[in-house]
Design a protein around this ligand. Structure first.
Ligand SMILES: Nc1ncnc2c1ncn2[C@@H]1O[C@H](COP(=O)(O)OP(=O)(O)O)[C@@H](O)[C@H]1O
Ligand code: SF4
Ligand SMILES: [Mg+2]
Length: 333
């Protein structure tokens, strides 16, 4: 039962220097109530994929040039659903605004980008509750306090009157999660929500998100550059490189048998995933190429230790290696 499906999505930026193909034919689905992890190095198109779903691409210079974003919206209590093509909606129109921040909510790496410094914590959560749920001020305030408590904010009755700058980074992150969840979204997009936090606080926030996803049964798109976080948080995973999904499967299968050389490279470069303590970490050589100079064949060819002649010439097709496990690499075709 997919909640959201991306089919051949392309989002490009038309800049003076040329066309930046930030998202270049992305396919994936997020099932209802499941967590899809999106992983890849910086600059691979993870955030732009998320912002495309939210209708938040800055136009110009950016534009969704082709493909589909199908949102399967539940119709009331019956098991009927309506399929909405989000890419066709006016990003500033009424329908998109009723979906964004309500049915599909997003949290960011830096909470201050979505928390407003001049409003109290309580007011920001209440605004989002009142906007979408038609509650009275008192009811909304009660709900805000309840949400703060459920994300583990101590003395929420008092905190509700405070301003964002009065809280620590970890607490602000919790407030942002509370605000996003207060409207009970069917999809929560979390874009590197713990990357800016120190290790201890990061572990606490990840645990909190894990508890909440069980409690609220929200589907989550969890974006990170850290495969260790994917192992803890996700059911399914899509590995992105240069605007493309190069491998996707369940988390279990991916860790048991990573097929794509890029995924294998990511695994070898992460300390928390090494089985043996004294095993040498091997970072992937080189850097992500400039998106204006994408290789003609396989995008990973310039860094791949297993590259063959054909890899330079033609992009590899997507291949299902075992059921539900896809990879784009000539080694599997
Ligand atoms: N406004 C923009 N103009 C031109 N290029 C952009 C713009 N926004 C993002 N990009 C490019 O899109 C690519 C993908 O970015 P992003 O999705 O943020 O990567 P990730 O989240 O994986 O680190 C990057 O190379 C970035 O430079
Ligand atoms: S297609 Fe070739 S270059 Fe690309 S990942 Fe596979 S082996 Fe490496
Ligand atoms: Mg990003």
């Amino acid at each position: 039962m997919p909640l959201i499906e991306l089919i051949g999505l392309k989002t490009y930026f038309y800049t003076k220097a040329g066309v930046v193909r930030a998202v270049d034919g992305v396919d994936f689905a997020i099932e209802k109530g499941r967590t899809l992890g999106i992983v890849g190095e910086s600059g691979c198109g993870k955030s732009i994929t998320a912002l495309s779903i939210m209708g938040l691409i800055q136009t110009p210079p950016g534009r969704i040039v082709s493909g589909e974003i199908r949102y399967h919206r539940n119709q009331g209590d019956q098991n009927r659903e309506e399929v909405i093509n989000l890419e066709r909606l006016n990003p500033r129109g009424r329908k998109m605004r009723s979906i964004r921040g309500n049915e599909i909510a997003m949290i960011f790496q830096e909470p201050m980008t979505s928390l407003n410094p001049i409003y109290t914590i309580g007011n920001q959560i209440m605004e989002s509750i009142k906007l979408h749920q038609r509650l009275s001020r008192r009811e909304a305030r009660e709900k805000a306090i309840q949400m703060l408590a459920s994300v583990g904010i101590p003395s929420p009755e008092q905190r509700v009157q405070e301003y964002p700058h009065q809280l620590s980074g970890g607490m602000r992150q919790r407030v942002m999660i509370a605000a996003a969840l207060s409207c009970n979204p069917s999809l929560l997009i979390a874009d590197e929500p713990t990357t800016a936090l120190d290790v201890t606080i990061q572990a606490q926030v990840l645990k909190l998100m894990n508890d909440l996803r069980r409690e609220f049964k929200t589907a989550i798109q969890f974006i990170t550059h850290d495969l260790g976080v994917i192992a803890r948080m996700a059911d399914d995973v899509a590995v992105m490189y240069l605007g493309k999904v190069v491998e996707k499967s369940t988390v279990k299968n991916l860790f048991r048998n990573p097929r794509h050389p890029y995924t294998q490279g990511l695994m070898h470069s992460i300390p928390s995933l090494s089985s043996k303590k004294d095993e040498r970490l091997m970072p992937i050589k080189g850097v992500v190429p400039d998106l204006l100079e994408i290789p003609a064949g396989c995008g990973f060819e310039t860094r791949c230790p297993q590259a063959m002649d054909i890899c330079k010439q033609q992009p590899p097709p997507q291949k299902e290696v075992v059921q539900g496990h896809w990879t784009s690499c000539w080694r599997y075709d």
